[in-house]
Design a binder for this molecule. Structure first.
Ligand SMILES: [Zn+2]
Length: 248
């Protein structure tokens, strides 16, 4: 995994995000008839596939992610966070670009990430509104792209400093990107498996979690949810800690 491929943000920043919904074809995703049928009268909900072997172990990187999130010598911490944010956003946006065909207003009328967990969006009138997942994710991705393009938030010219608000802005970005990951794991893991992308997706997410923990950008409450509104990926976080993929 390269950490430096986006150091040259000033040169190649702001590539247009992939146009969502054009990449996959109907052949990419087999119809749901070919998926294993859900167990008919299971007394408790089946364990999500992302928690099952071998998928839970699938990764491009072996070992603990802590080593790859460490700040390199001579690199400013703000710059280190900025380039990693750029990478997380770009990679997640590409995944979403491929999965967008399956994430529609019909399949995902709400932005969910657990059996009792729907995220709401705060609109311009500061009202909390329910949105279909694709609309919610589109808002998040557009918002983050605009921040990345904003020289006052992500300065690229020499002599310009990061704003004192940068850490709090990044925490907001982290929370929203976490929600996108949480929805994709909860609602679209079957499609990720069909694409055989689980090693890539797990590695990206484990890297995102490890980085967020190391630089205190991540609120553990957001990863796990509340007892009455559990986030599906909270169990994955615990499992990866048990397995030594994430530092405990
Ligand atoms: Zn969806």
């Amino acid at each position: 995994m390269s950490f430096f491929n986006s150091i040259g943000r000033s040169m190649n920043r702001a590539p247009k995000p992939p146009k969502r919904s054009t990449t996959p074809t109907s052949a990419t995703f087999p119809s749901t008839e070919s998926l294993p049928p859900p167990s008919p009268t299971a007394p408790s909900p089946p364990k999500p596939l992302y928690l099952c072997s071998p998928f839970v172990e699938a990764a491009l990187v072996r070992g603990n992610f802590k080593t790859i999130v460490m700040q390199p010598k001579h690199v400013d911490v703000m710059e280190w966070v900025a380039v990693n944010m750029f990478d997380f956003y770009t990679n997640l946006n590409q995944f979403y670009g491929v999965l967008a065909e399956c994430c529609t207003q019909q399949s995902c009328p709400s932005m969910n990430a657990g059996p009792q967990l729907n995220y709401t969006w705060i609109n311009q009138d500061r009202k909390s509104v329910q949105l279909p997942a694709p609309t919610y994710i589109d808002y998040v991705m557009t918002w983050v792209q605009n921040l990345l393009d904003d020289e006052s938030v992500f300065p690229t010219r020499s002599g310009r400093d990061f704003s004192p608000n940068f850490p709090s802005t990044i925490k907001h970005v982290y929370r929203q990107l976490l929600r996108v990951f949480a929805h994709l794991y909860y609602a679209h893991y079957q499609q990720i498996l069909h694409l055989r992308s689980e090693p890539h997706f797990n590695s990206l997410f484990a890297h995102f979690l490890a980085f967020g923990k190391e630089y205190e950008l991540l609120d553990i409450k957001d990863v796990k949810g509340q007892p009455n509104a559990v986030v599906g990926i909270g169990a994955l976080w615990e499992k990866w800690k048990e397995m030594g993929i994430l530092a405990s």
